[in-house]
Design a binder for this molecule. Structure first.
Ligand SMILES: [Zn+2]
Length: 746
């Protein structure tokens, strides 16, 4: 998927990137949902009592660990002995949530058989410190810090490039980096550059004014609009691109929150956030009272429209993609949009000639027709003002920037601040990911890494082929479809073989009269143009849609491709000289996890080319759902905090991926008579070691689609005989699960 640069999401992205590091990044996949939702891809199955604490800034100081000793609970003695898939009566272990460093520090050592994660990682968790400016620390974050310093080196000590493309890349990143670091110039400019952009919006009084504003190409390039538009692989014809039309972003992300929030809940619940926008509005010339009124007016629109926007739980549901796949013609869109000027907005984007439009949430568009009313103009304008302001918050003066990071720290619980250099690297990275990525790949990603990781991937795919052929719960035809899909899996490993042609990209540096905001405009215009050039064109599957230097891996069902970014293939996660056991526990686990997404409840809806075509028989789907339900019910019973449970339906897709990844690795290991299981399981537990703040853990519990890191170890290994055999786990031990209670989806 190509994202138009500019948007959203300077702030939201920064927020989510920051918050997605609590050990969950390993499987932070781009699911189908990410195509349809520019806002969040995380699910939230949050229960009412949970969500109140999870609006981001709640005081979690009173949250307590479950009051249970290790190994006391009852996976023993009769409780788990019912046969079949019924989980009734099974009480999962009450391991302490050992991701929370404050709790680990007070804990005694434990045996491997009682709490494997804590046993392996306790010393590290006690003796490690969360770095300044971070809310958690784990091998993924550690690797990100490495990558950031490699990127900083590229920016501070540029190599003498000879390749014309790399020379151009280097000029661009240098220009932007220098402007970002020039605080004198930024302070001198203040909010002036933003004022010019906002001026036409602040003058909007009537519906005609608003329509004229939304129809300006500058608006779609530089400001927030009242819809989100993206050009991406067509769900109904994967060889071509389609234009996706999606609802607006909401400050609280999940529309579910708005159902029970009052205006004062909002102002009290997100003080940091409101402080930031309020500050910039006052800088722009609003009085204190006027700025507060603009924020309240923005919230009024969010509350009204949120009723017609899917919750993150709905977006993560098994039938979400089916519901979001609503192909439309432009005429049909116009009819549904009524007074809302959708055609004019799409013309401003230059995508109105597309042969295929997909409207992800028809209820939202219908509601926009109703709200696009003369009496309501003020709310729509104020929403656009607030969002445009927050998009630029990190590009203004020092004072605003410091408030921005106070906001982020307030939400995540981080203490201290990263260095300016790190912030500048992040800024260049989000502004010119392809240019920085090419320089990174050239300097740090070797062909040997690409070859070796490709070989491991193929070995894992071969084992998947054997496992799929043996799956007796699936019909023969579904098994054949699965194997066909595996055979067509595209591999994007380490670095691309082919890069997008963005040689025409340029912007003015400070010595040419440019500034960060004008640069954002110029680059935004380039990406909008390149987006409308994709309309009605064939998809090129060799092109990557993710950053090379990212410390992450993905499966994208709309292309049937797994991506292992160059960034994740380094540091403690991957290096030459690793034993086979360590390789399996790190990169092998990541690969096996991602491949499984081709065959899960989302993956089964897309065929081998990425078309939305469910290739499972109804019976097979039901059989899979029964197994998934059992797994979800198991996680539902686990309480990381006192009286706060995991949400099984929210994390089941990722928990299944973790489980099948381990199964595949153990199947391969079983063919190697010298395989060192102890070394493997310990290395596996180490990849998930995490220290985090209460706020971050609380946020992850309610919003992340991945299980909490300590559960990604304990709940996985306890399903497999090899673990019991290696450590002698028996009935009564904390890690014990009766054989009939164990989870097996694949
Ligand atoms: Zn995953």
């Amino acid at each position: 998927m190509k994202k138009i640069y500019k948007k959203s999401t300077a702030l939201l992205l920064a927020l989510f990137v920051t918050l997605s590091f609590f050990g969950c990044a390993k499987g932070n996949d781009s699911g189908a949902g990410s195509t349809s939702s520019g806002t969040q891809t995380t699910a939230s199955g949050s229960t009412q009592e949970n969500t109140a604490e999870n609006t981001g800034t709640a005081d979690t100081s009173e949250v307590l660990p479950p009051d249970a000793g290790i190994g006391e609970t009852g996976q023993d003695a009769g409780q788990g002995e019912e046969p079949g898939e019924n989980l009734e009566g099974i009480v999962p272990a009450s391991w302490m949530d050992s991701d929370i460093q404050a709790w680990v520090k007070k804990s005694d050592p434990v045996d491997a058989v009682d709490d494997f994660h804590l046993h392996v990682n306790r010393d590290w968790m006690i003796n490690t410190t969360i770095p300044e400016g971070y809310s958690s620390f784990d091998p993924i974050t550690e690797r990100w810090i490495d990558v950031d310093s490699q990127l900083a080196d590229i920016l501070k000590n540029p190599d003498k490039e000879t390749d014309p493309e790399l020379i151009h890349d280097q000029e661009l990143v240098q220009k932007y980096y220098k402007m970002w670091m020039d605080w004198d110039a930024r302070d001198a400019l203040g909010v002036d550059a933003l004022r010019e952009l906002l001026d036409p919006l602040m003058k909007v009084e009537t519906l005609d004014d608003l329509t004229a504003y939304l129809s300006m190409p500058r608006t779609v390039i530089s400001a927030t609009e009242l819809l989100q538009c993206d050009v991406s692989m067509d769900w109904n014809n994967a060889d071509y691109y389609a234009v996706y039309i999606m609802p607006v972003d909401l400050i609280f992300g999940d529309s579910m929150y708005y159902g029970f929030m009052s205006e004062s809940d909002v102002l009290n619940g997100q003080p940091y956030y409101f402080e930031l926008i309020h500050h910039i509005l006052v800088e722009l010339g609003y009085s204190e009272e006027e700025a507060t009124e603009v924020l309240k007016s923005c919230f009024a629109f969010e509350k009204d429209i949120s009723q017609y926007i899917m919750t993150t739980e709905e977006e993560a549901a098994r039938d979400a993609v089916e519901k979001e796949n609503n192909p439309r013609t432009l005429e049909e869109l116009e009819a549904e949009a009524g007074d809302f000027p959708i055609r004019k907005i799409l013309e401003a984007y230059g995508v109105e000639k597309s042969n295929s439009f997909i409207l992800t949430q028809p209820d939202w568009l219908e509601a926009m027709d109703v709200l696009y009313d003369e009496d309501y103009v003020g709310h729509l304008r104020d929403y656009l003002i607030c969002y445009t302001v927050q998009d630029y918050a990190t590009l203004l003066d020092r004072e605003t920037f410091d408030i921005f990071y106070k906001v982020i720290n307030g939400i995540s619980g981080a203490v201290g601040t990263k260095s300016d250099e790190t912030f500048a690297v992040d800024a260049v990275d989000s502004f010119m990911p392809a240019q920085l990525g090419r320089l990174y790949a050239d300097k740090y990603v070797t062909d040997e890494t690409k070859t070796e990781v490709t070989e491991i991937t193929k070995e894992i795919m071969d084992e998947y082929r054997l496992m799929l052929a043996e799956e007796t719960f699936l019909s023969k035809e579904t098994r054949q479809e699965a194997i066909n899909k595996l055979d067509h899996l595209e591999l994007h490993i380490a670095k691309p073989d082919k890069w997008e042609d963005d040689s025409g990209l340029d912007f003015k540096g400070s010595d040419e009269g440019g500034n960060l905001i004008s640069a954002q405009d110029e680059v935004g215009a380039f990406w909008v143009k390149s987006m409308n050039e994709m309309v009605n064109q064939k998809v090129d599957r060799e092109l990557w849609t993710s950053r090379v230097h990212q410390v992450n891996a993905f499966y994208d069902p709309t292309q049937n491709v797994i991506t292992l970014c160059g960034g994740i293939l380094g540091g403690s996660l991957y290096h030459s000289g690793m034993s086979r056991e360590e390789l399996f526990a790190n990169v092998g686990d990541t690969i096996a996890h991602e491949i499984s997404h081709a065959f899960d409840t989302t993956g089964c809806q897309f065929d081998e080319k990425g078309n939305l075509r469910n290739w499972w028989t109804k019976e097979d789907q039901e059989a899979f759902a029964r197994r998934a339900d059992k797994l979800a019910a198991y996680y539902d019973e686990i309480q990381p905090f006192l009286d706060v449970n995991c949400i099984g339906s929210q994390i089941e897709g990722e928990a299944i991926a973790d489980l099948v990844a381990m199964k595949i690795l153990l199947r391969i290991a079983s063919k190697d008579k010298d395989f060192d299981y102890d070394q493997f399981f310990r290395a596996f537990a180490q990849t998930w070691r995490t220290i985090t703040t209460l706020q971050s853990e609380d946020f992850a519990l309610s919003q992340d689609t991945h299980p909490l890191p300590y559960l990604r170890v304990n709940c996985v290994v306890q399903q497999f005989d090899e673990f019991y055999d290696t450590y002698g786990v028996k009935k009564g031990d904390g890690m014990y699960l009766a054989p009939e209670a164990r989870l097996e989806v694949w």
